[in-house]
Design a protein around this ligand. Structure first.
Ligand SMILES: [Fe+2]
Length: 429
């Protein structure tokens, strides 16, 4: 299969055409669009949003997306959103072992298993964290999520995303951001697992850099947008699954939704390789706040208090002198949902497995387990590289509620809190 082509940048005004001459020049909606195409505008922000946060893309396609069948409810009981769909969250720290991929055929839609929820998609606030457990591609179907943008982190297996705006591919270590309302299909090579953040709030953007300056963390040019691509075969029927108002709906249309021949604008799927994240850390002493690892943020009206921060803990050097190097013990007013793509997480070297998850909600105390505390308290503080590791966190101002599936699936680690029981009172007055 030929290498995919991409355009580089985050939030750029991209322009791309799969057939030369398909993009109109000098105007967006000429009396007759080139090559007999239809012009269609997709708005990712209110028309009057400030220029720096205004998002829209013009697409030029063989048929406008309004040509579709009627919708009927579609049953997928494991995909739920909104705090009302969750269970009461206990004040305990919680952790899940990796959840196995089912033997029964499941694609990205049917294999979605919601783990935690908060907020309300109708109020455009909060998020949900899911696992996508997949063993087959979304052949002959497409998903349109009108409630949320989706951030997908492959954990096992390489994923190919066919979208209205082109094709992207991602393997573990890379992430894909799919804007609200853009049709897409996920193709797999074999059994695959991914973490998914469904963000009902403000679209993810790059965080402010403050005194860091104009470079660092996730650099804009390392985000890759697809180039225009359309499916040659137009006549195959396609099932459209639409996430709408916290429910799923199904319709069949006689043609593919992937018929965009050219587009321009700044509302587009992107992918990002976390290996390109420029990590900032202490070069003197103390473990800094994890906000230095923020890749993307979904802000709220309260400055600095995110609907969701997407944070990664990638390979990095530890050089702090007279410093307890792992994360400190803490209680956080924000709520923290974590996963591990591969390797070991320094605060929980053993119990937190790749593919697993943890939840430390608002003001739930947590920190290194007894073994990690003991080791870090006595380690020689030579420069040391944490390598072959990638943990991540979705941090939200809204408390997460676990779902009935998460509590009942058998993967909940009932003995998680035991990992701190060995911490002794070492006080020597
Ligand atoms: Fe934490």
């Amino acid at each position: 299969m030929p290498e995919l082509a991409y355009q580089s940048g985050f939030g750029n005004q991209f322009a791309t055409e799969a057939v030369p001459g398909a993009l109109p020049q000098g105007r967006n909606s000429p009396q007759r669009a080139p090559l007999g195409l239809y012009a269609e505008l997709i708005s990712g922000s209110a028309f009057t949003a400030p220029r720096h946060s205004n998002q829209r893309t013009w697409v030029y396609r063989r048929q406008p997306s309004v040509v579709t069948g009627a919708y009927a409810p579609y049953a997928q009981p494991h995909w739920v959103t909104g705090a009302a769909a969750g269970q009461v969250a206990p004040p305990d720290p919680m952790r899940w072992h990796p959840i196995a991929i089912p033997d029964a055929p499941v694609d990205f839609i049917d294999g979605l298993r919601t783990i935690v929820v908060n907020g309300d998609p109708d109020a455009q606030t909060g998020m949900a964290a899911h696992l996508a457990l997949m063993n087959r591609s979304m052949d002959g179907r497409a998903l349109v999520n009108a409630d949320s943008e989706m951030l997908v982190l492959p954990q096992l297996g390489r994923l190919r995303f066919v979208t209205e705006l082109g094709v992207l591919e991602a393997q573990p270590g890379e992430v894909v951001l799919l804007p609200r309302g853009i049709a897409f299909r996920v193709l797999v090579d074999g059994p695959s697992r991914a973490y998914v953040c469904e963000n009902h709030g403000a679209p993810f953007r790059l965080p402010e850099l403050g005194p860091i300056g104009s470079n660092g963390l996730a650099n804009p040019r390392d985000f890759l947008a697809p180039v225009a691509a359309y499916e040659a075969r137009q006549d195959a029927p396609c099932e459209i699954i639409r996430r709408y108002g916290g429910a799923l709906w199904r319709s069949t249309q006689p043609r593919t939704p992937f018929d965009v021949v050219a587009w321009h604008g700044n509302l587009t799927p992107v992918k990002y390789d976390t290996a390109k994240f420029m990590v900032i850390g202490s070069i003197s002493f103390d473990h800094p706040d994890p906000s230095i690892f923020t890749v993307l943020t979904s802000p709220t009206d309260t400055p600095g208090t995110a609907n969701c921060d997407f944070v990664i803990f990638p390979p990095r050097w530890m050089v702090g002198e007279d410093t307890f190097r792992p994360p400190w013990y803490h209680r956080n007013v924000m709520s923290e949902f974590m996963g591990l793509v591969h390797g070991q997480y320094d605060a929980k070297p053993e119990g937190f497995k790749p593919g697993g998850m943890s939840l430390h909600n608002c003001m739930v105390p947590h920190g290194p387990d007894a073994e990690a505390f003991d080791k870090a308290s006595h380690a020689a503080l030579a420069p040391h590289k944490l390598d072959h590791t990638l943990a991540f966190m979705f941090e939200s101002r809204w408390r997460f509620k676990p779902t009935a599936f998460a509590l009942g699936c058998g993967a909940l680690d009932a003995r998680y809190a035991d990992c701190w029981q060995g911490l002794q009172d070492n006080f020597k007055p």
